[in-house]
Design a protein around this ligand. Structure first.
Ligand SMILES: [Zn+2]
Ligand SMILES: [Zn+2]
Length: 189
């Protein structure tokens, strides 16, 4: 496992670009964002010695999410990356050991800056940066599922406390909202 070298923006951007498929503006932004985020929470070896100390929230399902994933080693499937689909160029980096968390939001619109700017501009020019508190529940953490219940409406299993209590039972979020992202056309069984 190679350690993050904070001096070497180009090397890290190339690594993120290999993971993503190309080096686009989002990869430049995400690389610098990750470097600042990790440094701010005192993480120097995210894929090695520090790998169990880190969690990230990304607020967009675009290129920067891939940069954060590539450089931090955090993954949704490891429960160390939470993807909030807010359409914002923002991410929060959390040190699980110290509780320190820092949220960064890209301070420019797409196309206003090139990769050179992301190598040389100051942290504050590129991002709004805030120390934040992220309340995490046991059901948010890596490891075995904390809870598993069945939705009283659709009958499907819900893990990790993502269920909602309703009418003396438990329901999944889409049933509670009476809204799903899909529409069943043809049940096979
Ligand atoms: Zn891209
Ligand atoms: Zn349901």
């Amino acid at each position: 496992m190679e350690k993050l070298d904070y001096e070497n923006f180009e090397m890290l951007m190339a690594e993120a670009g290999r993971f993503h498929g190309d080096i686009c503006p989002g990869i430049s932004i995400g690389t610098r964002m990750t470097m600042i985020g990790l440094r701010s929470i005192g993480i120097t070896d995210p894929k090695g010695a520090d790998r169990k100390k880190i969690m990230v929230f990304v607020e967009i399902d675009r290129c920067i999410a891939d940069a954060v994933m590539a450089l931090t080693g955090c993954r949704p499937g490891k429960r160390t990356m939470k993807v909030k689909d807010y359409g914002k160029m923002a991410a929060t980096f959390i040190n699980l050991e110290t509780g320190k968390a820092v949220r960064l939001v890209a301070a420019m619109r797409k196309g206003e800056r090139g990769p050179d700017d992301f190598a040389t501009a100051s942290d504050e020019e590129l991002f709004s940066i805030a120390e934040v508190e992220v309340p995490l529940l046991p059901g948010d953490m890596p490891g075995k599922p904390t809870r598993r219940v069945t939705c009283s409406i659709c009958g499907e299993a819900i893990m990790d406390g993502r269920d909602i209590e309703a009418g003396g039972g438990f329901v999944c979020k889409p049933c509670a909202a009476e809204k799903n992202y899909y529409r069943v056309l043809n049940p096979v069984n």
